[in-house]
Structure formats: structure tokens, C-alpha cells
Design a protein around this ligand. Sequence first.
Ligand code: FES
Ligand code: FE2
Length: 360
Amino acid sequence: MLVKNSWYIAAYSNEIKRELFARTLVGEPVLMYRKLDGSIAAIADRCSHRRVSLSRGKLIDDRVQCTYHGLEFNHAGECVRIPGQDAIPQRACIRSYPVAEKDGFVWLWPGDASLAADHPVPDYFMRSSPRYEGKTFFTPVKGDYLLAIENLLDLTHLPHVHPQAFEADISNFHPKVKVEENLITATRTLSDVPNLPMYIPAMGIDRVDRIQVATFAPGGNLRVDSIIRPVGSDDLSKALTVYIFVQVTPETDTTHFAYTGLYRDFALGNPALTDKLHEEFIEVVLQDTSIIEHQQRNHEQDGSDVKVIDILVDHASLAARRIVRRMYEQEQAQAAPAALQKKALAILTPEQAAAGTRLQ
Ligand code: FES
Ligand SMILES: [Fe+2]
């Protein structure tokens, strides 16, 4: 269920240079490069002539030249040169995608380009604000991105999958789950629980009160914000905040890319601590990756019609699946008439199509 009408992270900003960068994103073969003016172009990584990947070609100024017969395309996907002929048919043009750069990420809108401007690019302020420190980690995962969404919205897996990092069993602290249109919030309030082992050296306290807010917004924005306070303290000035995010970008139906970050608002100016937390966090991320890839293999081996059970803690992840399914079905319903119309136009002569003729 690939939802296309959403912003997804396509790459880190510093990965897109004056060279061709190809990646499959949300089922689309995409080619990106930085133009002479510094902005980013994203076009289909397919030549309209014989489907050769344009990423095998070369960048000439702001144009991409296909490696096979030399057709050239600009940043908007327009074919601007066909060797040996002057006329360039409209059909030679390929797709281009809306892109944006924010917080050190390149964001891509793989769906209906006319809708992109109405949707704000997600905010990962902790990456660009000096009030926070942390690092982001990139992982290609051989698993459906919905499994990653489920993983982060059900945090009762923490003591089982990550016993070294999360000792407390939180399964008896039931979250309050709120679903507002396309936003899910699951809030857990934990009182007098052990502090997480990775934070104890920086915070100097063993037991804490912790408010943990997990959120999901499509396409793949997942966050867990933790507000941590000394036990019994109402003094918010003593509260510390940790932001964990997992931004998932589906590659195909069965693979995705995860951008995972851990950022804090305390013990700033301490790069050694940042590195240590990052290393411990990577271990946690790889444990999640391992279980997601294992699930994917079992799903593929067993088939999709095998029934599974749902339990109380699945409330938020089931709501997320419903949101994704609803968006997916809406997109499919909208795409169907457009595909039919395209088919009808395809069997008209070019003159009839240009005159707006429709088949009865
Ligand atoms: S396949 Fe690209 S120019 Fe022929
Ligand atoms: Fe996890």
C-alpha cells in the first residue's frame, strides 16, 4: 500500500551534488541532481525512448543526456533534444517531481504534483535548531514500511527487543490513543520508573517520571517525544526532552529506507556524549531492523492470507493502518478514471487527441 500523495525523505541534502543520483522511492525510479543554481531537480529515471535508466547517462549543464541514443531532458522532464530530428513530440517528455530541502533532508512528493504545494513539508526542527543535539542514522530495510510504523507505535516491544536499553516493562501503562484525521497520538504517562540506562550518565538520576508521546502522520513520519522529570517534580524547568524520530520512506511494497534520529535538549556541547548515545541508539535501530526483516520473510513465506491476532497494545498501529489504507484507496479510486482516459486517448490518432476528441 504505497501512498503517493505525501512528502517523503529522498536523501540527505549533502548526497545530492553535481552528479546523477538514482533511487527508487515509493515505487518510482527517481533521478536527482543539483542544478547550476544549487536547486535540486528530480525526474523519472527512465528515458521515454527505450526505457534506459537516465542515471546511466551524463549531466550536461542542467540537462541529462541518455546513454543510449542521446536524447536530452531538462529538470522539468521536458525532452529538449533528439539527435537527428527537429520535431520533439510531447510524448517524449518524462515525469518530474516536486522537491524541497529542509532540515538537511531532500523531500520528494511522488504523487499528484498539483497537490504538493498545499501540504507543508514535515518539520524536523531538532536537526537544525541549536537548542538540540543528536545524530541521524540511515538504514535500508528489507521490510514493508507498515511494519516499521507498527514497530514504533507499539512501544511495549522495548524491553523484549532492546533489553539492554529499556529495562522497564511498560505494557501495563496503557497509552491514551487519539486519532485526529490523519494524525495519531499515543501518550503514556509513567510514574517513578527506572531511567533509561543510556540517559543515566548524562542526567545523573536513576528513577524518573516520564511522559512518552508517540505520533504518526502519513506518509512515514513517526516520532517519540519523551519528557523526563525527577520523580514527583512538577517543575517543568527541570524537565528534559528527548526526541526520537523514525522517518520511513517506502522503496517498494516490501522494502523501505529509515532515517532514525535521537536528539536531546540537555548536556549540550558534549560531542562525546552525542557519539555515545548515537552508538547505543544504532544498536537499538538495528535490533528493530532485524525483527522487521524477519517478519517480512515470514509474511512472504506464509502468504498474505494467514490470519494474525490483534491485542490491546495494537490500538495505535491498527489506526495507522486504517489511515494508510484509506489514503491508498482514495488515490487508487482517483487514478482509475485518469488511467481509463489515458487508454482511450492512446488509441486515437494524434490529430484526434489534439482536437480533444473522446471515444464514445
Ligand atoms: S533509450 Fe534513451 S535515447 Fe534511446
Ligand atoms: Fe524498537
